[in-house]
Ligand binder design. Sequence first.
Ligand code: ADP
Length: 598
Amino acid sequence: MRLIEESPIPMCLYTGKEMKVEVINDELLKVWGKDKSIIGKNLKDVLPEMESQPYLALLDEVYTTGIPQSFKNSASYVVKDDSITNSYFDLWYKPLYDENGKIYGVLASGTDVTEKVIAQQKTEESEFRFRSIVEHATVAIALTKGPNMVFENINEPMMRLIGRYENIIGRKVIDVMPGLSGQQVEESLNNVFKTGKTFKGNEIATTLLINGKEEDRFYNISYIPLFENGAVIYILHIAIDVTEQVISRKKIEEAEESARLAIESAELGSYQINLLTEEMSTSERFKKIWGALNSEIKRSEFASYIHEDDKLIRSEAHQQSLASGKLQYEARVIHTDKSIHWVRVNGKVLYNEAGKANYLIGVVQDITDQKSLQQQKDNFIAMASHELKTPVTSIKALAQIVEITLLQQGATKEADMVKRIDTQINRLTNLIADLLNITKLNLGKLEYNRTSFNFNDLVTEMVRELQLTTLQHAIDCKPFKPVQVYADRERIGQVITNFISNAIKYSPDAKLINVFTKAADSEVVFCVQDFGIGIHPGDKDKVFEQFYRANSNTHQTFQGLGLGLFSSAEIIKRENGKIWVNSIQGEGTTFCFSLQVK
Ligand code: ADP
């Protein structure tokens, strides 16, 4: 009896099948929230809530069978002051026998383990929560235990990241990924375990064996130590694969570096203009090329350095760049010391998402030396061709006189030879005329004499004249609507001649040349189509360049200087028209120009 009463563990002795409370200690009375007045009463009357719990039945079983029972962490509740108190007990029910060996009661004792159970539940709950966070996280997470880094947990993104899909729980990191040995990540991991300090590293280069292939990749990594009783037990691994970002950033850095080197080695000055705010920033070389000594000057001030005669070229180029996206012009700038320098400006317009031009970036180059060399060359060619013109004209006149004289003397054979000399002189005259034209164009001396003229008459006239130069080709001029054009008639005639004589020259085996004109309300389009050798697609844009000659590697040789189309393009450009070509190699070519109708 005293044993029960003095026990620090809640205890009670029940007697009879009805489980009458015979002896009970204070510890248990405290748990139930009762006093000694319950002694002598049956358990089910003392605690009616026992009806809905298994204990009455269990006590009865012990009483009936005589088999003692014990339970761990057994949940029970009692109603105290109208509220329910939950508790957990480690219970032990033992049958008690009388001197005849018959069971007369049950001794119940129980240790209150409520705190322990709740703590355990909390740990389980947080472990469960942690596990589901790891499992559902989109970043790669793993948990390792101990200094050997044994995998405790790993989520799908981490499995993908390390390229291992089999079950690796319970295996050491270094066994799963032997390649890590000696790499920075291995050292960092060990350090976290030793020091208990979190490791955070960005863009850590790591070589991993993924699908049997070694891959160099970059990761942002965190190793977080988790402690138990002050010692590191676990390490939480978090990794983000940043390989693509790192590679593309490196590419951009390399591209920027090579662009910078290219700009430097080409002695280019660079600039950037915010078209919305007009703010302009330039490299030091830009300022040097522009001759702007003051380092803090505005865009409008840079513009004021441009030579008066070239201001229009600049503003038109800027205007056009907004539509085309590209800026290109050559102009003179006057340095602060009054010296004049030629610059070539190139630029690219950048547009924002709304399609509005917001930036202009580009480079400038000092082309003064180039220009002066070009000028010297042009001056020389102009002078030489001019000087050649006089003797060639005299030779031509003399040859014609000799031809007539020989014919009169009946020396037809000799006269024919002189006639051939005359043909060659004509070629020479054409070449000299080409050269003179071009130098005049380059030196800006070609004067334009604009009138309003009937375009149809001009075409018919040219076709008739050029038909005389070829017996092989029929130049078919399709009829068209009469149209008046305001331009330099002679220069336009020169372009038409160039188109048709090229068509004759570059279609040595063809019989037909088509000439057609289309007149609309605002413009007239003129085209010459031949069925000759055609132009290689790569040469199409270049044929309008000075001295450019395509087909130079074909077995046929065609005489020429590569100047005709260049001067044609210059003339059409100055008349505000357009010039273009369509061609299929081996099938033929169509050259066209268009002019505005006024
Ligand atoms: P060229 O004096 O060499 O004829 P052009 O400036 O008139 O000079 O023409 C430039 C180049 O364009 C020529 O060398 C030739 O290769 C090519 N070309 C011009 N017209 C034609 C054409 N109708 N068919 C094929 N190639 C042509």
